[in-house]
Write a protein that binds this ligand. Structure first.
Ligand SMILES: [Fe+2]
Ligand SMILES: [Fe+2]
Length: 298
């Protein structure tokens, strides 16, 4: 029976996710420390310095167009002072997820294209935070970067199913979520949220990932999951989809949708013109910075 087939599939899927190894100790320690009110900058520096590649990467991100500082960020201490602990935590976690999933033998899924979508989305989320003056603790960047991580989990650990999903997306020009539900019975946002919870990522990031396709289901107050939803839509509208064959978003349709009405109610004052202007800002940034930004994490 099709029903029990899906059920068995889901149980196996959950078991397999639980076996995924955890992210490096350094990232776990940084996460722990950032929840410790007594932690000092020196404690962070001490932990991060143990991983020189990570330390170098943090400086590269701090000196990138992501932050646009005028003077050079020359040391970890300096990065912590001007970015703050939460932002540095986000960079550390973003780098560790990127490293965990950057290698791929996959013939089905173009990881470079995937990470381009992800990295631009992280930038868009930051840009939206500034544009709408929505303060947060650095999680917009991180949420944007890893919102689709469930797709890479599927590619790496459930490869055969994922090949079928991509085939279905390409053939019917549908969305990943619809294809995933049809073939797996679950979606990349559920899988991504499960893994990040398992890795003890901050709650607000798990929420962003879980609701990035349906923030109206998120019962928490505030714009948290709406931000990543909107960043993802704008990244696609700017011409950076996660996969070239997925269903395209129509700007006119989106501008007149009930989904956008919801986003507006969440504090994003948007109309057709504003969206168009944001899209050209994103395209301009992506053209100028694409190479630099793509090199940031590797
Ligand atoms: Fe997604
Ligand atoms: Fe996405």
């Amino acid at each position: 029976m099709a029903m029990s087939e899906t059920k068995r599939n889901l149980d196996g899927l959950i078991e397999k996710i639980e076996e995924i190894p955890t992210i490096p100790v350094v990232s776990q320690k940084v996460m722990e420390l950032s929840g410790d009110e007594e932690a000092r900058f020196e404690d962070f520096v001490e932990i991060i310095e143990k991983d020189q590649a990570l330390a170098a990467r943090i400086l590269r991100v701090a000196n990138s167009a992501f932050y646009g500082f005028l003077s050079r960020v020359s040391s970890l201490e300096h990065a912590l002072v001007i970015l703050g602990i939460d932002e540095v935590r986000s960079i550390v976690l973003g780098c560790s997820v990127y490293n965990f999933f950057s290698q791929s033998e996959s013939d089905a899924f173009d990881r470079a294209g995937f990470w381009k979508h992800a990295i631009i989305c992280s930038q868009v989320a930051k840009l939206l935070g500034t544009h709408f003056n929505i303060r947060n603790n650095g999680s917009f960047f991180l949420g944007g970067l890893i919102h689709d991580i469930g797709k890479v989990v599927l590619d790496q650990y459930f490869h055969e199913d994922f090949v079928k999903i991509i085939g279905h997306v390409s053939l019917t020009k549908t969305t990943f979520s619809k294809a995933e539900k049809k073939i797996l019975g679950t979606t990349h946002y559920q899988i991504g949220a499960k893994l990040l919870k398992q890795w003890r990522f901050p709650d607000e990031v798990v929420t962003q990932i879980l609701y990035h396709h349906a923030p109206w289901r998120d019962e928490n107050p505030g714009p948290n999951s709406s931000m990543i939803y909107l960043a993802n839509v704008l990244t696609k509208l700017a011409g950076y989809p996660c996969h070239p064959d997925e269903k395209q978003i129509d700007l006119h349709e989106f501008a007149n949708s009930s989904e956008l009405d919801f986003i507006i109610k969440k504090g994003f004052d948007l109309d057709y013109e504003t969206i168009k202007n944001l899209i050209s800002d994103i395209q301009e940034f992506a053209l100028a910075e694409a190479d630099n930004v793509m090199r940031l994490f590797s």
